[in-house]
Design a binder for this molecule. Sequence first.
Ligand SMILES: [Zn+2]
Length: 156
Amino acid sequence: MKVIKELQWDMGHRITNHRSQCRNLHGHRYKAEICIEGDLVGIEGISNEGMVIDFGDIKKIAVKHIHNVLDHGFMVWNKDKVLMEYFKKNADQKHIIVSFVPTCENIAAWIFNQLDSHIKDRYKNGLRLHSIKLWETPTSVVICTRNDVKKLTKRL
Ligand SMILES: [Zn+2]
């Protein structure tokens, strides 16, 4: 079975070499659906009995490793010379330096990698991260699965 927890945050970025508007400094209200799969926990008498994972546990992991890292920050591609220079001089401005162009696709894959090792199969129910669905705008969304990440990992 699959369970989904939603997470939202505000973040700035730009697509440095974009042919149009996206090259400008701007921000989004990002929304991610974190999808986790596994069998139902069958151990009698424990808090997680009958669950894939406690929604509260997904929230704790997502807030710590995604929301608190990104919220009200600016994601900067390390090859964006102008912004790297700016944030060097203004280090007090929250920024997240990444080695990829911060497109919705790459950010979704990055989120997958950030969370994957924290989804631990404690109750032997085959628990694992299934996919990240990331909205950049209310009408633009990316779905990133484990297979997608395998192909991208070299660049992240
Ligand atoms: Zn954008």
